[in-house]
Design a protein around this ligand. Structure first.
Ligand code: ZN
Length: 465
């Protein structure tokens, strides 16, 4: 078993120096010995921190990042952006999706995301017909994650209606359709097909599930789907877009008399295995109730900013003891340090104070946010990651502590520098399940993948949007 001698490592018990870390063949941390100089160990200079789980991603949207930043009328909004996104969603074939996702996943690894929850609602041909056999669009995501070397939680997504009141899907949403039965059957089949392999890859491919939103999944179908998912796996992760847009909150109130988070919590179905994505428009009472449920909240500050959604009161959730993780969502930004920076800046701008998301016991904002997001992201992905300790998967980042961006910083301050001081440049190596997928800032396949992706992007012009 390979052993690594680390100068400095952020473990579940805090910072440790001169640590020998042994990794099993399955990519799990098998031993962690302080002060012992292990014979034959590979010496890691620098600072080792947990890799960041990316709790919310729509991979195909990478192909339009930075491409809808122009004015189309006086009322550009999330909803006008969504039309452009649908045009893209209806134009990608499985081989296109695999290429886009491979490029994206390489970018994620190089930025410090070591695992990703793919909230995946592309299920059919764009004319609404089904792919024969195993779902080719799901397999495209699997293949991309395998090529890039990122750990994956695939979240096949139920999408039944175009709005509250069980309104039928629009023509451009036909690709998203699966009945509750089809959804449950496909998830059960995928899980049983994969279970034999998981012992060999450190559990780096996992299958959860998502319900697109309350507007896309009527409550009776939601109850039926969750009951079926719980039969498949009582502890399976379930994600949902919950309250991203004010218009959606108002539509929910109009149709049901309740706000979306209230409505969901009132079902009694939400447990610690749920992840509420974009709980952006949450009242104080809703935030307290979400924290009490021990469900995670996933914030995506760069996408929420890009789409003009509004921002979530993360300080209130932290005070209530809630769980918070981050996602790259629309891929406008693929960088965990930037998501965490904007998470704190939102609070500073709102409260006109500094260091809002720190506490007296954990005064370093960057360190606290990195630790919390890694720990809660692991729960949201349903993977055995998030901290560096015996029994967890060996997913870690090596920061070059001698780099000008980090030089001279104390250990907790290294993460402040990473998040707030442009320290991303010092991210040197990335390890997933014990495999060195980025070495000296370079991913083995990045040049070839980037060349193919750029060629594909050029072929697509002029754009459909
Ligand atoms: Zn999303």
């Amino acid at each position: 078993m390979p052993t690594y001698q680390m100068d400095s490592v952020l473990t579940s018990g805090g910072w440790l120096r001169d640590v020998a870390v042994t990794v099993s063949e399955q990519g799990l941390i098998a031993g962690l010995a302080v002060g012992a100089e292990a014979a034959g160990a590979t010496h890691i200079t620098g600072t080792v921190v947990p890799g960041m789980p990316n709790a919310h991603s729509h991979a195909f949207q990478r192909a339009m990042a930075g491409d809808s930043e122009f004015r189309t009328g006086a009322r550009d909004s999330f909803w006008t952006w969504r039309d452009a996104m649908y045009a893209l969603a209806n134009s990608v074939e499985p081989e296109d999706l695999e290429l886009i996702a491979t490029q994206l996943f390489v970018e994620m690894l190089k930025a410090g995301y070591t695992s990703v929850a793919e909230f995946h609602y592309l299920h059919r041909h764009s004319d609404g017909s089904a792919y024969p056999g195993p779902n080719a669009l799901w397999q495209a995501i699997d293949a991309a994650a395998h090529t890039a070397g990122i750990a994956l939680t695939l979240l096949p997504t139920l999408y039944l209606s175009s709005d509250f009141g069980a309104r039928p899907l629009r023509r451009e949403q036909q690709r998203f359709r699966l009945s509750v039965d089809e959804f449950l059957r496909a998830i059960a089949q995928r899980r049983s097909a994969r279970s034999a392999r998981s012992a060999h890859d450190g559990g780096s491919v996992h299958t959860g599930a998502a319900l697109h939103s309350l507007r896309a999944v009527p409550l009776d179908s939601l109850r039926e789907a969750v009951a079926g998912l719980r039969d498949i796996d009582p502890a399976g992760v379930i994600h949902i877009h919950i309250a991203e847009q004010l218009r959606e909150v108002q539509a929910c109130q109009g149709a049901t008399g309740r706000r979306p988070i209230e409505l969901l919590l009132d079902t009694g179905l939400v447990d610690p295995h749920w992840c509420l994505v974009h709980a952006t428009h949450a009242t104080a009472a809703e935030i307290a109730a979400v924290a009490a449920s021990h469900a995670s909240v996933c914030v995506c500050p760069s996408t929420e900013g890009n789409l003009g959604d509004g921002f979530f009161d993360a300080a209130r959730l932290f005070t209530a003891g809630g769980r918070l993780c981050i996602g790259s969502d629309s891929q406008a930004t693929v960088c965990p340090a930037e998501e965490l920076r904007w998470l704190e800046y939102q609070q500073r701008l709102r409260r006109r104070r500094r260091a809002v998301l720190a506490t007296n016991p954990e005064p370093h904002v960057g360190a606290r946010l990195w630790r919390e997001s890694a720990r809660c992201g692991a729960l949201a992905l349903g993977q055995n990651i998030g901290t560096i300790e015996v029994g967890r998967r060996a997913d870690w980042l090596v920061l070059d502590a001698a780099h000008p961006a980090l030089a001279g910083a104390s250990e907790d301050a290294v993460l402040d520098r990473l998040v707030f001081g442009g320290g991303q440049a010092a991210l040197r190596d990335v390890v997933v399940a014990g495999r060195w997928v980025v070495k000296d800032r370079h991913h083995r396949d990045e040049d070839e993948v980037a060349r193919r992706f750029a060629s594909w992007m050029r072929r697509r012009s002029p754009r459909a949007y």
